[in-house]
Design a protein around this ligand. Structure first.
Ligand SMILES: Cc1cc2nc3c(=O)[nH]c(=O)nc-3n(C[C@H](O)[C@H](O)[C@H](O)COP(=O)(O)OP(=O)(O)OC[C@H]3O[C@@H](n4cnc5c(N)ncnc54)[C@H](O)[C@@H]3O)c2cc1C
Length: 389
């Protein structure tokens, strides 16, 4: 039976990044993914799932050798971030405030996954099991027997990067705290009549925010947060009807739009009570799902991967075992508080901005008004959001 140091379940953005990061340390890796990632044709329409990739994540993907494979003609650099509720309280963050050339890139999730798969396919110490999936794990004192659909393998550790509904997290009996926000988010791909923009913006309404994420050639991804019932109604409309509703509901900044595609997601928050249990380690959405309000989900996941890589590198450099309990705890200690802080911050913003009281509304708008003039504090908050605090 083939033996591995780490078996990673899930080859999405986080699982694939983990495979490359740990493969770079010389560890023998098994990557198990249910679905073979399909290639993208250069001219195919933009995927619905895109992410705002922070400077920190971009740098990390560069060190993994994956950023080089991102087709930047399908991605969009953004330099400014606008946030407001009432017009007088419009607040804009600019990359100049943190001495950077940009704040991040909008990139299709699939492009990032494919770029990472191109890199991992060049590592002789990474074996892909794809399409394949986990059936059973049997724990022994020093290793795990892992039954896959196709065959059985052995591994010292199992790393769960199998997403928000992680099967491994459930098999390991790791509990969760979390809730359903009672809202959905609709992602709408549009072609606007305007040139490509260098700004991403978000306007808050009592029903939830609406957001604009720029894409190349005047395209954009719009995000519309609303009650589940309203998003269900909007999902049933034709593209032309939806374009009409968007024009009525969104700020008057889009110009004429054509709706090209749409999809809806329920919003949930989940945080695993432990990131490490015995020989099981959780990363990315398997460990935490955050309100997508500020586009931080996968950026936090990449930070998990980097922290695990650093913990393993330190152990190996000191002649220790990478799977030592102390090493695994160092990973959890590095990530859990940081993820919790970001999740709680997003929830605070979400709760404050959805509060119906006119007094709270005035206070939050004054807060935004003040933050536009907050100098160093404002640039510190921006650097934190970009992952370069
Ligand atoms: C509406 C919305 C907008 C978002 N916008 C942003 C944004 O702008 N910026 C940002 O940083 N984040 C954003 N996010 C969050 C981001 O999409 C997620 O954090 C990210 O996709 C998580 O990646 P992952 O690899 O951990 O999990 P996933 O992407 O869920 O990947 C899990 C992988 O595991 C595989 N898998 C699952 N179970 C098994 C199994 N048993 N065996 C084998 N394989 C398995 C799946 O096929 C999949 O490939 C957004 C999320 C939503 C819902």
């Amino acid at each position: 039976m083939t033996k591995f140091d780490c078996a990673i379940v899930g080859g999405g953005m986080i699982g694939a990044a983990t495979a490359v990061a740990l493969g770079d340390l010389g560890l023998k890796i098994a990557l198990i993914e249910k679905f073979t990632p399909s290639n993208m044709a250069p001219l195919q329409p933009f995927d619905l799932r895109i992410s705002a990739i922070s400077i920190h994540s971009q740098q990390f993907l560069e060190t993994l050798g994956a950023w080089q494979f991102i087709d930047l003609s399908r991605a969009c650099q953004y330099n400014r971030l606008g946030v407001w509720e009432d017009d007088f309280a419009y607040t804009e963050f600019h990359c100049d405030e943190i001495g950077r050339s940009h704040l991040g890139y909008m990139v299709e999730n699939k492009q990032i996954q494919l770029a990472l798969w191109r890199v991992l396919r060049c590592h002789s110490n990474i074996t892909q099991f794809c399409p394949d999936q986990l059936e059973q794990i049997t724990e022994h004192e020093r290793y795990l027997d892992i039954a896959l659909e196709s065959q059985s393998i052995q591994s010292t550790l199992i790393l769960a990067a199998d997403g928000a509904n992680s099967q491994i997290r459930q098999l390991a009996n790791i509990g969760l705290t979390g809730w359903d926000y009672g809202q959905s988010a609709m992602l709408i791909n549009v072609k606007t009549a305007l040139d490509t923009q260098d700004i991403t913006w978000q306007k808050f309404y009592p029903t939830g925010p609406v957001a604009f994420l720029p894409m190349p050639d005047g395209h954009a991804s719009l995000v519309w947060y609303h009650s589940k019932a309203e998003i269900k109604r909007l999902s049933g409309l034709s593209n032309d009807q939806l374009a009409h509703e968007v024009t009525k509901a969104f700020p008057n900044k889009l110009g004429n739009i054509e709706v090209l595609g749409k999809g809806a997601f329920d919003l949930t928050r989940r945080h695993a009570n432990d990131y490490v249990k015995g020989k099981v380690v959780l990363l990315g959405d398997a460990a935490h799902t955050i309100n997508p309000l500020a586009g931080q989900g996968v950026n936090l996941g990449f930070k998990d991967v980097k922290a695990l890589q650093m913990a393993f590198a330190k152990a190996l450099g000191e002649g220790q075992a990478f799977d030592d309990a102390k090493t695994l705890q160092a990973y959890e200690k590095a990530r859990r508080p940081d993820n919790l802080m970001m999740m709680s911050g997003m929830d605070a913003i979400y709760n404050v901005f959805s509060h119906p009281s006119p007094v709270i509304k005035l206070v939050r708008n004054l807060g935004l008004f003040a933050s536009q003039r907050a100098g160093k504090l404002k640039s510190k908050a921006l650097a934190y959001a970009c992952g370069i605090k």
